[in-house]
Design a protein around this ligand. Structure first.
Ligand code: UFG
Length: 342
């Protein structure tokens, strides 16, 4: 019998790629998603890639009764990957309570059910946002966290604390927080990828939508940072590399290879690219000239960050394999598939 993994938020961007990798590694997957920021068709597209349609239930994990009922009916779940969360930084500033309810209450409901129904293993989606603008680069897992710049960022920080405090008080619970740097790219089939609602906030979807003619111009937020070309630097990581890291983390927990019951790993490539390097890189792989303009810095943005990946490489035995070209080309192929561009 294949081991069953619950993937919350499994129809979302990182979730759907992780479901594919779990299925390809022989796991059974059950997805819970409220479809607030994703589409039910993702299930068919996962099936087109792997030949297996994952089990699916639609409800909100912030609803305690529904969450409890779900766990009471699914006693064969051995581990959880908890992606389900709201993730728009700007919206979180406008609607902080929505973010605290969606992101914190759902985490607490899941953990309470894990203890009640004896599901020991959980992998949580955290973010490099917890480091703020670090004083020293690259950042290791020991780099001190900083006060969050937004309610969204704060939910990542507080959820890490909820996880570590709960793990400390419950010796049977085994938890891993994965701190993602900037996920980009799409599955090579172009059947799944990022589906931003409305105007994208993130750089790569904005680039591909501009190239596809949905947006008039890309705004480059700031060219007076203390970086070689003046634009801000991030550690972009291919979503398929990220998905593979989740399978490794799940295997680590299921085989009791974890060294403590709350572990943290940085998931990045260790390479930083500037916004202008991303723009040039995209033009090169796509052959499309981008209409862009330098504008003021965006409020709340940091200047630069990239990961020290030593701990993840050595302790997880995982390394990001895909480079910038693959990240940008797969993003472009996904956008072209969506817009039916040849
Ligand atoms: N950028 C532009 N133009 C755009 C969009 C982005 O120049 O239209 C720049 C940003 O200013 C930044 C870089 O591209 O320098 C990357 O921006 P993204 O919005 O793609 O990513 P962020 O690094 O801002 O966001 C990431 C995560 C969030 C997290 C945030 C914390 O995606 O989940 O870091 O600041 F909250």
């Amino acid at each position: 019998m294949a081991r069953k993994i619950l993937v919350t938020g499994g129809t979302g961007y990182i979730g759907s790629h992780t479901v594919v990798k779990l299925q390809e590694s022989g796991f059974d997957v059950i997805i819970v998603d409220n479809l607030s920021n994703s589409s039910i068709e993702v299930l068919d597209n996962i099936e087109k890639i792997t030949g297996i349609k994952p089990e699916f239930e639609q409800f909100d994990l912030a609803d305690k009764e529904k969450t409890d009922s779900f766990f009471s009916r699914n006693s064969d779940i051995e581990a959880i990957i908890h992606f389900a969360a709201s993730k728009a930084v700007g919206e979180s500033v406008e609607k902080p309570l929505l973010y605290y309810r969606n992101n914190l209450v759902s985490m607490m409901n899941v953990l309470e059910c894990q203890i009640k129904y004896d599901v020991p293993n959980i992998v949580f989606s955290s973010s490099c946002t917890v480091y703020g603008q670090p004083d020293v680069l690259p950042v290791t897992e020991q780099t001190p966290r900083k006060d969050a710049e937004s309610p969204y960022g704060n939910t990542k920080r507080v959820n890490e604390d909820i996880l570590s405090d709960t793990a400390a008080a419950n010796s049977k619970l085994k938890t891993i927080a994965l701190r993602y740097f900037n996920p980009v790219g799409a599955h090579k089939s172009a059947l799944i990828g990022e589906l931003p609602l409305g105007i994208p906030n993130n750089l790569v979807p904005f680039i591909t939508q501009t190239a596809a003619g949905l947006r008039d111009e890309l705004k480059v937020f700031g060219d007076n940072y203390n970086t070689p070309d003046g634009s801000a630097i991030r550690d972009y990581i291919h979503v398929v590399d990220l998905a593979k890291a989740h399978v490794v983390a799940i295997n680590r927990l299921l085989s009791n290879k974890n060294k403590s019951n709350y572990e943290i790993f940085n998931l990045g490539t260790g390479n930083g690219y500037s916004v202008l390097e991303m723009v040039k890189g995209f033009e090169k792989v796509s052959g499309v000239k981008l209409n862009y303009k330098i504008v003021d810095r965006r409020a709340g943005d940091i200047e630069k960050i990239w990961a020290d990946t030593t701990f993840a490489n050595e302790e997880l035995g995982w390394k990001a394999e895909k480079g910038l070209e693959d990240m940008l080309l797969s993003s472009w192929n996904w956008e072209k598939h969506l817009r039916k561009i040849e």
